[in-house]
Design a protein around this ligand. Structure first.
Ligand SMILES: [Zn+2]
Length: 333
């Protein structure tokens, strides 16, 4: 009986919304927010989304084929803070259902085939360690070899401190990967999502042919608080936001999430000369149109990567094999 009275009283209170926007504090139903691509229906605040959801939103249905899932990190520094590094990786894997902070594969965006690399902030803050560097490298290698565009969705807290200097090396490695794509004249487009910071924003994320960001995304190398403490100066309003970066010329566009698929598809067609790339599936020789330039660049870059790859990443592509085999440079003609 008492229970009945309590329920009646509760029913008189205004119903609590299922979901409250962290930005404008207005309520909405989960289904409404989800249908709006995880963007607040009231204030357009873009919520963080994981790699799987991003892929689902960005690509044409059923076109994503994941690659290099078996590439996993080693623990070269035997790093332990409160927990060991392998324990932290295992926890992140259990939490996100992902193998690493980046998911890579082949997909089609608005009917344009491409190689896609998507980072996930939920996996150890989207930090870039050896595996992120390696998978981005392989994506670039595939894109340049197959004459496909590369699209990368970047969200990251920066370098992975558990890998120390090796994670900083990934800035150089991924920058070389961009060089590889450039030499092969494959288009490269990056989408920066909140937050994109540190070593990722300071390497491949901002080296693309076209670099766009989602509204309100925070993009910076060093956090505002640290800058403020160091310089002892008040920072301007909107510091480090996508909109401010656009004003300063660091970005090409700020694109709302609902427009991303079509806009990126347009960019890829524009950069690809207005035609859909021919992946060579229907051609007689089956080799696609990978030009000599791309092959030469791929070979050179592969040589470069050999050293950085072997000791730090356990992968699925090659057995340990003979150490430091000499690159067959003379053979390429
Ligand atoms: Zn809102």
């Amino acid at each position: 009986m008492n229970v009945t009275v309590q329920i009646e009283r509760r029913n008189n209170e205004p119903p609590r919304p299922e979901w409250i926007c962290p930005s404008c504090h207005q309520g909405a139903r989960h289904s409404e927010v989800r249908a709006n691509l995880m963007v607040c229906p009231h204030c357009d605040h873009h919520l963080r989304i994981g790699a799987r959801e991003r892929i689902q939103q960005l690509t044409d249905e059923g076109t994503f084929g994941e690659l290099w899932t078996m590439v996993t990190t080693l623990d070269p520094l035997q790093f332990v803070d409160l927990e060991s590094y392998p324990d932290r990786v295992r926890e992140a894997q259990a939490k996100t259902g992902l193998g690493e902070a980046i998911v890579t594969g082949i997909a089609s965006i608005d009917s344009t085939p491409c190689v896609l690399a998507v980072m996930d902030f939920g996996f150890m803050g989207g930090s870039m360690g050896s595996v992120v560097g390696e998978k981005l490298w392989r994506s670039a290698e595939l894109a340049s070899g197959e004459d496909l565009p590369l699209v990368a969705v970047c969200t990251s807290g920066g370098a992975r401190m558990q890998e120390g200097i090796l994670s900083l090396m990934q800035m150089a490695k991924t920058s070389c990967a961009v060089d590889l794509i450039n030499e092969a004249t494959s288009p490269f487009v990056t989408i920066l999502a909140d937050p994109c910071t540190g070593g990722v924003v300071a390497s491949f994320a901002t080296l693309a042919d076209i670099c766009v960001a989602e509204p309100g995304a925070r993009l910076y190398f060093t956090g505002p608080r640290v800058i403020q403490q160091t310089t002892q100066e008040e920072l301007p309003p909107g510091f480090s936001t996508a909109e401010r970066n656009l004003e300063l010329g660091h970005l090409d566009a700020v694109v709302p999430r609902r427009d991303l698929r079509v806009k990126v598809g347009n960019y890829l067609r524009l950069l690809g000369g207005g035609e859909e790339p021919d992946r060579g599936e229907g051609t007689e020789d089956g080799t696609g149109r990978s030009g000599r330039l791309a092959q030469a660049a791929a070979e050179r870059a592969r040589t470069l990567a050999t050293y950085a790859r072997r000791s730090f990443v356990r992968g699925d592509r090659e057995a340990p094999g003979p150490p430091e085999e000499a690159p067959a440079r003379e053979q390429s003609s």
